[in-house]
Design a binder for this molecule. Structure first.
Ligand SMILES: NC(=O)c1ccc[n+]([C@@H]2O[C@H](COP(=O)([O-])OP(=O)(O)OC[C@H]3O[C@@H](n4cnc5c(N)ncnc54)[C@H](OP(=O)(O)O)[C@@H]3O)[C@@H](O)[C@H]2O)c1
Length: 270
């Protein structure tokens, strides 16, 4: 029986690359992306690059995607133990002018490609019951709204819902979870980082791709052996933060200082 691997989509950049760099010392990886040169450049940054494989595939079309993955795995006599879906496509389109070609592209890359990949990974004849975990990179766009992002948010909502049912269907052999990052600077989000006000929405300041990679490493390891069907938010507090107008926050500050001096005395805490 051949070696076992962790398959990472979107490995050429951003979170996927960071996840690959974190996992490379302890695992064999299959790096997936649509650009062979970018993938090769990432492989060269990894510990023992020769241990890791590349599977070049554009995920904006999904026809025969599952069959192609099955041939790749059986042709090399290898199996996949962990699947991490980090590939993602986004863009701004408003409801009044939404184009179905855009919608289909977003859903192909973010959702349908994962379904196609999971089919052979859960087939005994291809993967021989080896799969142990699936980790989706979703988004806090499923928790907070943003104008122009409803298609992207819908695709990530589909990812979250899909992971719940897969968690039940594939248990106990396979655990399925989703990581929901806040906005972190990568190729996808560079434009946001020219706006200094943005930081005000992040109580813990901005995160780094490694913060997402840490959560993914944990979820796809045996340390998370009793965690499945969960959405893990990694967003520096963005989704629990409610901005308050400055005049109200000044009043709040005044109230808090009074409460601290007098209001809490004599109260019992439960
Ligand atoms: N960065 C954020 O703030 C943020 C926040 C929440 C969620 N996310 C999610 O995190 C995941 C990773 O995003 P990122 O920030 O790391 O962005 P990124 O640096 O742009 O990486 C996206 C990855 O997806 C790949 N990809 C895009 N379209 C593809 C296609 N048609 N076929 C195959 N691969 C394709 C890209 O390949 P190429 O290198 O060839 O373009 C790249 O490897 C995505 O699912 C994204 O939705 C990101």
């Amino acid at each position: 029986m051949g070696e076992t691997y962790t398959l990472i989509t979107g490995a050429s950049s951003g979170f996927g690359r960071s996840i690959a760099q974190k996992l490379a010392p302890s695992r064999r990886l299959i790096l997936t992306g649509r650009n062979a040169e970018k993938l090769e450049a990432v492989r060269k940054t990894l510990v023992t690059p020769e241990r890791h494989l590349l599977w070049v595939r554009d995920l904006s079309t999904v026809d025969r995607l599952g069959e192609e993955l099955a041939s790749f795995l059986t042709g090399k006599d290898i199996r996949v133990e962990h699947f991490i879906h980090s590939a993602g496509f986004t863009g701004i389109q408003f409801a009044r002018a939404v184009e179905m070609a855009f919608v289909i592209r977003v859903f192909n890359v973010n959702v349908f490609s994962a379904m196609e990949i999971i089919r052979p990974l859960t087939q005994k004849k291809v993967n021989q019951g080896t799969l142990r975990s699936i980790t989706f990179i979703s988004s806090i766009a499923t928790r907070v709204g943003a104008s122009g992002y409803f298609v992207y948010a819908a695709s990530k909502g589909a990812v979250n819902s899909m992971s719940l049912s897969l968690a039940v269907e594939l248990a106990p052999a396979v655990r399925v979870n989703a990581v929901l990052p806040g906005i972190i600077e990568t190729q996808m989000t560079q434009e946001y980082f020219t706006n200094a006000d943005f930081m005000a929405f992040y109580p813990l300041g901005f995160g780094r791709p490694e913060d997402v990679a840490d959560a993914v490493e944990f979820l796809s390891s045996d340390r998370a052996r009793w965690i499945t069907g969960q959405e893990i938010v990694v967003d520096g507090g963005r989704s629990v933060f409610s901005p308050v107008p400055s005049e109200i926050s000044a009043k709040q500050a005044e109230l808090i200082s009074k409460t601290t001096d007098h209001g809490c005395r004599g109260q019992t805490r439960s």
